[in-house]
Design a protein around this ligand. Sequence first.
Ligand SMILES: C[S@@+](CC[C@H](N)C(=O)[O-])C[C@H]1O[C@@H](n2cnc3c(N)ncnc32)[C@H](O)[C@@H]1O
Length: 245
Amino acid sequence: MEKINYNETCKIYDLVREEDMVTIRRIIEEGKINCNSTVLEIGCGTGNYAVTISKCTEAQVYGMDQSEGMLEKAEAKGSKINFIKGDAGTLEGFEDNYFDVIYMVDVLHHIKDINTMLKNIYRILKKEGKIFIFTDSYENIKNRLTTKYFPETLEVELERYQSTEEIFEAMKDNGFHSIKADNLDIGYEEEAGEKLIKIAETQGYSMFNLISQEAINRGIERLNEDLKKANISYQAKASYISANK
Ligand SMILES: C[S@@+](CC[C@H](N)C(=O)[O-])C[C@H]1O[C@@H](n2cnc3c(N)ncnc32)[C@H](O)[C@@H]1O
């Protein structure tokens, strides 16, 4: 059986994950999204980002995901978004030259063939349309709180995440220009220790499906030990790569 099953994860996803407003502001501002824009989120999950972008801009927003369970949660949020089941690799059913902005948040590491996906993103973006890919750089992965307390996650994450250089190369090969990488300070957590325990217990990050239960238990123990001594706060970083068609 597939180790990461978003039709299961959807049951707890919104208890442990939420949209980040710094990321959303960056997509809206750099993407110049307004009420006339057409916007697609690839791998929209439970729709947290798409719903907020739709509410803030009145743009015509589409959310696409492979998981019916995640999409059901998204649709229950009752927004004006067109949620569609589909595969990021092929992006079948979308018209050529249709979108002003396409973005994805925490999805790229699930995609096996980023070249085919980028070729299709290029096809359905308008000329000078913009793509944003939020995905952790190797440096960010090494500095994560999860890496500190669950060191077994480091190897699995470096294995499945694409490097910034690889993404740049693939974008260039598929015709994009003005390719740029940037970092953002996001989601400062005052009580990051308690939150991480909850995420690990519920396997709210897919990385926890890829390490053993013993490794998860050891990490939770380390967190509980440290919490007895002091509060654990954490400033998360987001890295993203953007480009134009
Ligand atoms: C970590 S969640 C991110 C969800 C959302 N972007 C967010 O940040 O809240 C990853 C999502 O990517 C979706 N996904 C993974 N591989 C996919 C693929 N090949 N095509 C479409 N969606 C995919 C999963 O179903 C899941 O909903």
